[in-house]
Design a protein around this ligand. Structure first.
Ligand code: SF4
Length: 725
C-alpha cells in the first residue's frame, strides 16, 4: 500500500503537481479517497535553510501533505517562510539520489553504477584506511553544511583530522563574526541577536531582509514597520527592504566604510553618541575620536555618492532613537576583502548608539546546555589544519573551506588527499570553481553525501544518498535566542528509496574504521534519549512536543559587565589590531572600479530559494524558476538590450555565463548588475533546474581575501554584457 501511494504521488509530482504561490502544500490525490484516513501531526524542524524553524507536519496515510510553523517554536512563531512551506518539494523530488553510487567514468562525467550500502561504505572505509596509513589522518577533510553534518564532524574528529570546514564561514558570515568579536568580544551568531521587533531605527547595509528570508527576522521586520520604526537602506540596488525605507541611499559599491565612519564622526563630534554606554563600557574613545577626525560627511560624500547633508541627517535621526537602534550586521559579509573592518565599523557604530544589550537593539541571547553522550575524547591531531586559520589569517577562529581547497591544490602545508562533502555543493558554494575542480582532480577520494545529484556529486568516487530532514533524526538543536530552547528533529515519514540518515552513515563508517567507541550507541534514539534525560526530558515526550522553551534570562547589561576583549571593554580602538600592524580603527581604502564597458557584478538571494539547494524543488521552482540580470535602463538602452531579452555576462577573465534574461529596471545603479545566486545548474540529474538561468559562481574568478580572517571577498568581479544570438 505504501509503495502504491508513493508511486501515485510521484506520478503526480513528475507531472507537475499543483502548487500555489507562497509555497502552500502540494495538492495530493489520495489513492483511494473513500478509504478511512490516518492523519498525524508530527513536530520537527526545518532544514530548507539553516534557520531551523519548528515545523508541524501533517501526514495523511503516510504522505506528508502540509508543513506549518510550530506555534511554540521561538524561531517559527507559528509560521514558516515560503521556502519552508515547500519542504515537501524536496521530500518528493523525483530527482533524488536513490541508491549509493560508485563512479565508473572519469570525474565529472556523471557515470556511476548502483551499489549496495555495504559495498559503498566498505569502499569509502578502505580508501580512508589507505589515506590514514600513507598520509596520516589529517589528510582527510570534511566540508559540511547544515545541522545534519554534526555526526560527520564527530567521525572526522575521531579519525584524527582537524580539517573540518563549513563554507558558511569564509564565504559568508566569518568577517561579521570577527568584526564584532574584536569590538564586543563576541560574534553575532545564528540566529542573529537583533531585537528587530522592538527597534525604533533599523539600518540595513546591503542586507536584504525579505529577500534574505530568515523567518523570524522577516516577521520581526514586518512588526517593526507596523510599529513605525524608521528604516534606512544602504544598497546599490533598490531591494524589497528599500521599498519600505524612509531613507534609501544608493551607495557607490565598496565605499560603505566611508559612510559608516562619517556617521560615527557626526555622533562623536556633534556629541550625539550614547555617553552613558561609552563611559561605562567602552575603551579607547579618545584614540578613536582622534582617528576619525578627518572622516567627515563632506569627505564621505565625495567617496560614497551620498550627499553630506543626508549623511548628517541620518546620523542625527539615528542618535535621536538610541539606544533602540540596530545597524544590522548583515549575514553574507564577504564583499571586498576588507570585510572584517567594515563589520567592525558597524559594531562600533552600534556601540556609539548604546544598542548592545538594549531593547530594540541587540539582545543578549541565552541558551541551554545539553549534557553530551558519554564518549571518549577524540585524539589530538598530530598536525594542525591546512587552511591557514590562526596562522596566515590570524583572526580566523573557524576552519576556512576555501583554505582547505587551496591547500589541496598547493600541497602545502600538507596535501588533503580525501574529501567528504556533506550537504554542500562546493562548485556553487566556493568561489573560483575552476580551482575547486583542479583540487578535486588531485584527490585520492571524494565522497559526496547529499539528497540530490548536485554538480559536485558528478565528480565523486562514491555518492551516498541521504534521506531528507523529514525522514530522519538529527542531533538536538539547543538554540540560543531571546529564550533558550531545545528542539527535536525526527522523521515524519520513513526514508524513501534506499536513502539513509546521516547519523547512520557516519556511524557505519566509524564502525568500519574501528572508531565505534566514539559512537557508543546502537541507534540515535538511544543517543537522543540519554542526552534528553540529562535535562529531565525523554525522547518519547519530545517526539510529541517538538520543542521545549525555557524561561528567558535577564538580558540587561550589568554596569560592570566584562566584555570578552583584551581590555574587558567594548573596543573602539583595537590595540590588538595596532599590535598586528593593522588599522586599529577602520579606514576606507578605494576598491577597483569596473573597466570601461563593464559593470560590477552583485548577487543576492530569492526569498523562495536557499541558494542552489532548492532550485530543483518543483514547488518553489513553480514560483521562481530561473534568475535574471538586473540592468539599469540607461545602461540597457546604451547596449540596445530590451526587457526579457536573453543575454550573457562575460567577466574580466573572459568567463562567459549561460544565457539569462535581462531585467531592465531603474532599481539599480547604472554601474552594477545584479543576479540571484543559485541558478545555472549543469548537473544532468537535476532535471527540473538544469539549464535554467546563469550561475554567479562561475563568474567569480577573482577573490579579494580578507587578510584578517580569510573571508573571500567576491564583489570585485566585473562583467560586460553580450546579447545572445
Ligand atoms: S527560514 Fe524558512 S526555510 Fe529557513 S528554516 Fe525557517 S521556514 Fe525553513
Amino acid at each position: 500500500m505504501a509503495d502504491l501511494q508513493r508511486r501515485t504521488f510521484l506520478k503526480i509530482a513528475a507531472g507537475g503537481a499543483a502548487a500555489a504561490a507562497g509555497g502552500a502544500a502540494l495538492a495530493l490525490r489520495h489513492p483511494s479517497p473513500d478509504a478511512p484516513r490516518h492523519i498525524a501531526k508530527i513536530p520537527t524542524f526545518c532544514e530548507l535553510c539553516f534557520w531551523k524553524c519548528g515545523v508541524v507536519a501533517t501526514v495523511e496515510d503516510g504522505v506528508v501533505t502540509r508543513l506549518e510553523g510550530h506555534p511554540a517554536h521561538p524561531l517559527a512563531l507559528g509560521r514558516l517562510c515560503p521556502r519552508g512551506n515547500g519542504g515537501t518539494g524536496l521530500l518528493y523530488d523525483p530527482d533524488r539520489l536513490k541508491k549509493p553510487l560508485i563512479r565508473t567514468g572519469a570525474r565529472g562525467q556523471e557515470r556511476f553504477r548502483e551499489a549496495t550500502w555495504n559495498e559503498a561504505l566498505d569502499y569509502v572505509a578502505a580508501k580512508m584506511r589507505e589515506i590514514r596509513a600513507k598520509h596520516g589522518p589529517e589528510a582527510m577533510a570534511l566540508f559540511t553544511h547544515g545541522h545534519g553534518g554534526s555526526f560527520f564532524s564527530q567521525l572526522l574528529k575521531a579519525y584524527g583530522s582537524p580539517n573540518i570546514a563549513a563554507p558558511s564561514y569564509a564565504q559568508c558570515r566569518g568577517p561579521r563574526e570577527v568584526g564584532f568579536q574584536l569590538t564586543f568580544g563576541t560574534g553575532i551568531g545564528s540566529p542573529e541577536n537583533t531585537d528587530i521587533a522592538n527597534t525604533r531605527f533599523l539600518v540595513l547595509i546591503g542586507s536584504h531582509l525579505g529577500e534574505n528570508m530568515h523567518n523570524t527576522q522577516v516577521q520581526e521586520f514586518a512588526e517593526a514597520i507596523r510599529r513605525g520604526a524608521k528604516i534606512v537602506v544602504v544598497d546599490p540596488r533598490f531591494s524589497v527592504a528599500a521599498s519600505k525605507a524612509h531613507w534609501y541611499l544608493p551607495i557607490r559599491p565598496g565605499t560603505d566604510i566611508a559612510l559608516l565612519m562619517a556617521w560615527a564622526h557626526v555622533l562623536v563630534y556633534e556629541n550625539l553618541y550614547n555617553r552613558d554606554f561609552i563611559e561605562k563600557h567602552a575603551a579607547g574613545f579618545a584614540e578613536f575620536r582622534d582617528a576619525i577626525r578627518d572622516m567627515t560627511p563632506d569627505w564621505a560624500a565625495r567617496i560614497t555618492d551620498i550627499d553630506a547633508e543626508t549623511i548628517r541627517t541620518v546620523a542625527r535621526e539615528m542618535a535621536a532613537s538610541q539606544p533602540s537602534v540596530i545597524v544590522h550586521p548583515g549575514r553574507h559579509a564577504t564583499w571586498y576583502g576588507d570585510d572584517t573592518q567594515r563589520s567592525r565599523a558597524i559594531a562600533i557604530l552600534n556601540a556609539l548608539l548604546g544598542s548592545w544589550g538594549a531593547k530594540g537593539g541587540f539582545f543578549l541571547p541565552s541558551g541551554v546546555e545539553v549534557p553530551p553522550y558519554p564518549a571518549p575524547r577524540p585524539p589530538q591531531p598530530a598536525r594542525g589544519a591546512v587552511d591557514g586559520a590562526g596562522t596566515r589569517y590570524p583572526l580566523a577562529d573557524e576552519t576556512l573551506a576555501s583554505g582547505l581547497c587551496d591547500a589541496t591544490l598547493a600541497g602545502a602545508p600538507y596535501r588533503a588527499r580525501g574529501w567528504i562533502v556533506y550537504g554542500t555543493n562546493l562548485l556553487q558554494s566556493l568561489p573560483q570553481p575552476q580551482k575547486t575542480l583542479e583540487a578535486i582532480q588531485a584527490l585520492d577520494l571524494l565522497v559526496v553525501v547529499d539528497v540530490l545529484p548536485v554538480e559536485i556529486a558528478g565528480y565523486a568516487d562514491v555518492v551516498l544518498p541521504e534521506c531528507t530532514y523529514l525522514e530522519r533524526y538529527d542531533d538536538l538543536h539547543a538554540g540560543a535566542f531571546r529564550t533558550p530552547f531545545l528542539a527535536l528533529r525526527q522523521p515524519v515519514v520513513p526514508p524513501m528509496y534506499d536513502s539513509k540518515p546521516g547519523w547512520w552513515i557516519a556511524r557505519e563508517l566509524a564502525r568500519r574504521l574501528d572508531l565505534e567507541a566514539y559512537f557508543p550507541w546502537q541507534h540515535i534514539e538511544q543517543y537522543l534519549d540519554q542526552r534528553l534525560r540529562g535535562l529531565n526530558l525523554t525522547l518519547a515526550d519530545m517526539k510529541k512536543r517538538g520543542v521545549v522553551v525555557y524561561p528567558a534570562e535577564d538580558s540587561a547589561l550589568p554596569p560592570d559587565h566584562r566584555f570578552d576583549t583584551p581590555s574587558g571593554k567594548v573596543e573602539l580602538y583595537s590595540k590588538l589590531l595596532a599590535d598586528m600592524g593593522v588599522d586599529p580603527v577602520p579606514k576606507y581604502y578605494p576598491k577597483p572600479e569596473p573597466p570601461e564597458g563593464h559593470f560590477r557584478l552583485l548577487f543576492g538571494r530569492s526569498p523562495l530559494h536557499t541558494f542552489g539547494r532548492t532550485t530543483n524543488n518543483r514547488i518553489l521552482g513553480s514560483v521562481v524558476r530561473e534568475n535574471e540580470v538586473w540592468i539599469h535602463h540607461q545602461a540597457a538602452a546604451a547596449l540596445g538590450i530590451r526587457p526579457n531579452e536573453r543575454i550573457r555576462l562575460v567577466n574580466q577573465d573572459g568567463v562567459r555565463s549561460a544565457p539569462v534574461r535581462a531585467r531592465v529596471t531603474n532599481r539599480i545603479r547604472p554601474d552594477c548588475v545584479y543576479m540571484v545566486h543559485g541558478f545555472g545548474h549543469t548537473a544532468r540529474g537535476l532535471r527540473f533546474t538544469a539549464g535554467r538561468g546563469a550561475a554567479t559562481t562561475s563568474l567569480v574568478t577573482r577573490v579579494d581575501v580578507d587578510p584578517l580572517m580569510g573571508g573571500t571577498g567576491m564583489f570585485n568581479n566585473f562583467v560586460r554584457i553580450e546579447k545572445e544570438a
